[in-house]
Design a protein around this ligand. Structure first.
Ligand code: SF4
Ligand code: F3S
Ligand code: FES
Length: 232
């Protein structure tokens, strides 16, 4: 099938501002948007800049705005999209080139919640056991692939880039509700301020954007409740 793409291009070394460029490519209906972008880059215009790695919805590197919605390019079939398919970089980050944005501020927020198991006691002799229910408690938030789709679809983030954002909160949730972790207090402290969880206005865009189907708003709500109760 013939597929039309309209891509927002920006090269800081050449362009004063972003502009649209259009491309026509021949694809199979079972091809995904990433296949189309690879075809454009490989055959029509090698200067097109984009990030991708796994091509299977696992690495989180190809989140972008596809027909106005934050999606992973490798997960969306071209046959299901209205044409021309519009492609833009994620909003709220500086564009480095074309579809590549500067993710460093995003990862700085991710690091701020200490996204790793913290243990204060001496290590046990055997493994730390966990019941099925204890593991289930944080199962949803283990699925995050740090694609940034949630944070960059959030109006609270657009209006205040200092907001820690839903992705970092999801990562904090994954450890705060892990029965083996002993760093809950530090993490809750990081999130208990105006640019932390309280900046979330329960808009739900993050849930709609998440390619992993994580209930991001519920995770944020559970942290708000833990803060309000003073315990997890
Ligand atoms: Fe991406 Fe979902 Fe993780 Fe947000 S919560 S970074 S949308 S996988
Ligand atoms: Fe933003 Fe999601 Fe909250 S879209 S306001 S983080 S519910
Ligand atoms: Fe890895 Fe799409 S390329 S998630």
């Amino acid at each position: 099938m013939e597929v039309s793409f309209k891509i927002l291009r920006f090269d800081p070394q050449r362009d004063a501002r972003a502009h649209w460029e259009e491309y026509e490519v021949e694809l199979e209906p079972t091809d995904r948007v990433l296949d189309g972008l690879e075809e454009i880059k490989g055959r029509l215009d090698g200067t097109l800049a984009l990030r991708r790695s796994c091509a299977h919805g696992i690495c989180g590197s190809d989140a972008m705005l596809i027909n106005g919605r934050n999606r992973l390019a490798c997960k969306v079939l071209v046959k299901n999209l209205k044409q021309p398919i519009t492609i833009e970089p994620m909003r709220g980050f500086n564009v480095l080139k074309d579809l590549i944005v500067d993710m460093e501020p995003f990862f700085a927020k991710y690091r701020s919640v200490q996204p790793y198991l913290i243990e204060k006691d001496a290590p046990p002799e055997k493994e730390r056991l966990q019941s099925q229910a204890q593991r289930e408690r944080f199962d949803d938030t283990t699925k995050c692939i740090l694609c940034g789709a949630c944070t960059t679809s959030c109006p609270s983030f657009w209006s205040n880039p200092d907001y820690v954002g839903p992705a970092a909160i999801v990562q904090a949730h994954r450890f705060i509700f892990d029965s083996r972790d002993q760093g809950k207090e530090e993490r809750l402290k990081v999130l208990n301020h105006g640019d932390g969880v309280w900046r979330c206005r329960t808009v739900f865009n993050c849930v709609e954007a998440c390619p992993r189907g994580i209930n991001v708003t519920r995770a944020i709500g559970e942290i708000k409740q833990a803060l309000a109760r003073g315990k997890v």
